[in-house]
Ligand binder design. Sequence first.
Ligand code: SF4
Length: 227
Amino acid sequence: MENIEYAKGKAGLLAVLTKKTIGREEEIYNFFREHTTWAKVNFYSPTGHGAEKEEELMLNQDEASKMMIKLYELWKKDDSPLELRPMLENVRSFFTGFPVACDFSAVSCYKILGADTKGDIYPCSKAMNFPYLKMGNIEEGLENLVGSDIHKMPLKRYVSLKEKSGNPWLHLSSGGCPIEALSHKGNYMESTTYSGEVRNSLFERIKKDMQNENTRKHLEKKVGLIR
Ligand code: SF4
């Protein structure tokens, strides 16, 4: 709290949504509103040490959808300058036609590389726990690593999900973070737990809002595309 106060509203804040935050959406939102203009919500994902608490913390799909929508509605009707992500990015992607946040976009994911202190290169810093995702070493020259099979995996995954999932919102969700899918489901090529129904419930709500001219304009302003 001291650090947050010290930053005087300039620090970004992140909340992890779990079973323990059910019913506390307003409290979370108001805390953000009071202390920052940049905030993000993530769902708890059972990876690394956090995996031990899966039963205690992980939201089911219905709980996660309801929480997402409640937070979206709070942000939508709020006139403060608070930027709540991923809702802001999700709405913006409706106007622009493509997502930019990496966990909603296979292309953004493809544009990021991670390097460890030895100069070993991975398709993301999150991939470093998976030795078989090592693309090579910086000494080999980035031009020889970029475009390799491992580097192209996010794009291949997107195409594969598109062929088999039939998800009408895949272009705005891209199956979520592939490393999260790998950590939780053991398969890089699968969608994450929340990237289907849960994200889609929010996309459907945004779609409905977009059909109302006044709400559409209000949202366009909120995401900074018009004044
Ligand atoms: S692997 Fe996950 S965290 Fe890394 S860039 Fe892709 S979506 Fe983002």
